[in-house]
Design a protein around this ligand. Structure first.
Ligand code: S3P
Length: 461
């Protein structure tokens, strides 16, 4: 594949976020072949650092994602007393114990990371310490009211910027009050924030999830020795999950092996499906059912995705995925699957742009409050690249090209709005375009997938 050199060599190594915007033109590619591995799962990496920092003794983590978001979590946990170091390929975390977090001396800079912010707000809510949170322009627009509300019920207090955004200051409560909280939005971050506040709260804290979201917190908290139980119960609108955690927990250090991130694999899955002649194996991909919705949807569209060597890694289902170029058909995507692929819609929209016929998505209001408004950002970026897209309030409708390449961008680059997944999705669109797709700013890719461009070069030869 010919990657043009608007700012090339620097990107694969490291990009300081104060550099001028590293734009990049992603050109049409040859087939993607061979075997690759994507970096560790972002959600699991954040949690391994947080839970390790709350255990007494040494937690060892291998396969940790070393992206900016996870490093923001590590810096915050260090500022609250944990010792976190890298030895060879392994990360070692010496924790302070539940209840032992120290008050950070400076504001916690969360960069671009909503997961770090919301989960740490939960942790701090159950400790008698104060903290301030700051973030970049994208994070500073994102709603924090969804965690402020339940954490206030538990006794924490907050001073947020207008609209419940960062920068904000908070004071945790000790002891906090256990609550029973029904999630008003399907959000693993909100669920996790309440459970983490519950860790140092006397009694039982309960979260009711009307729609299941990723369950890494539940799996890992149990692994670290917390008393946590999950009950499936019949709710008014179908089965719901009731999660109970006993507070004043003692966490035991663990050896954590982080599987490959399915949300990062997603870009290579779609790239291989839409690029003629591709036959690519992506090794070691986490396939937790609460994360694997994209694979199901792409299969419904006719995508050839085979699971090889299914196994368990660190308590999570994992397989190697063999992906072959396939003729995709447009479908109506069932909104019920959205939580299991919430981060994968930008790249699904790219697949839909190359499919035969119409793909309709709905029920995606949450995409408007991610790192960017992903419905508008993708509608604009795809339209600029020559795709036929209609934006609705809660989804996109896309008329595919039946495999014909998208024209690509001409004078104007697509705008990523500080959103790593917009940048990587449009890089994939560039592979299946005639003239390439110019992306205005590739630096946000550092938050979740630092070697993305290098790996794309490797796979496309
Ligand atoms: C995450 C939960 C999801 C997801 C985010 C990571 C997590 O956010 O979009 O990338 O690790 O818990 P929401 O809880 O806002 O859906």
């Amino acid at each position: 594949m010919a990657l043009s050199k608007t700012c090339a060599s620097k990107i694969a190594l490291s990009v300081s976020r104060t550099d001028p915007l590293p734009a990049h033109r992603f050109l049409p590619s040859g087939p993607l072949r061979g075997r690759i591995r994507v970096p560790g799962d972002k959600s699991i990496s954040h949690r391994s650092i947080m839970f390790g920092a709350l255990a007494v003794g040494e937690t060892r983590v291998s396969g940790l994602l070393e992206g900016e978001d996870v490093m923001a979590t590590a810096a915050a946990m260090r500022a609250m007393g944990a010792n976190i170091e890298k030895h060879g390929e392994e990360w070692r975390i010496n924790g302070v114990g539940v209840g032992g977090l120290l008050q950070p001396e400076q504001a916690l800079d969360m960069g671009n990371s909503g997961t770090s912010t919301r989960l740490l707000m939960g942790l701090i809510a159950g400790h008698g310490i104060s903290a301030s949170f700051t973030g970049d322009a994208s994070l500073s627009r994102r709603p924090m009211g969804r965690v402020i509300e339940p954490l206030s019920l538990m006794g924490a207090s907050f001073e947020a910027s207008p609209g419940g955004t960062l920068p904000l200051m908070m004071r945790g409560a000790h002891p906090a009050v256990p609550i029973e909280y029904r999630l008003p939005v399907a959000s693993a971050q909100v669920k996790s924030a309440v459970l983490l506040a519950g860790l140092n709260t006397p009694g039982i804290t309960t979260v009711i999830e009307p729609v299941p979201t990723r369950d890494h917190s539940e799996r890992m908290l149990r692994g670290f020795g917390a008393e946590l139980e999950v009950e499936e119960a019949g709710g008014a609108k179908g089965p719901e999950r009731i999660i109970r955690i006993r507070g004043e927990a003692e966490l035991r250090p663990q050896d954590v092996v982080v599987p490959g991130d399915p949300s990062s694999a997603a870009f290579f899955i779609v790239a291989a499906l839409i690029t003629e002649g591709s036959d690519l194996v992506i090794e070691n991909v986490g396939l937790n059912p609460t994360r694997a919705g994209l694979i199901e949807v792409l299969r419904q569209m006719g995508g050839g995705i085979e699971e090889l060597n299914p196994r368990e890694v660190g308590g999570e289902p994992v397989a190697d995925l063999r992906v072959k170029h396939s003729a995709l058909r447009g479908i109506e995507v069932d909104p019920a699957i959205a939580p299991a692929m919430i981060d994968e819609f930008p790249v699904l929209f790219v697949a839909a742009s190359l499919a035969e016929g119409t793909t309709t998505t709905s029920g995606l209001d949450e995409l408007r409050v991610k790192e960017s408004d992903r419905l508008t950002a993708m509608a604009e970026a795809l339209a600029l690249s020559g795709a036929r897209v209609t934006e609705r309030e809660d989804g996109l409708i896309i008329e595919g090209t039946a495999g014909a390449p998208l024209p690509g961008t001409s004078d104007e680059p697509v705008v990523t709005h500080l959103d790593h997944r917009i940048a990587m999705s449009m890089a994939v669109a560039g592979l299946a375009s005639k003239d390439g797709v110019e992306v205005d700013d590739t630096s946000p890719i550092q938050t979740s997938f630092p070697n993305f461009i290098a790996l794309l070069k490797e796979a496309a030869g």
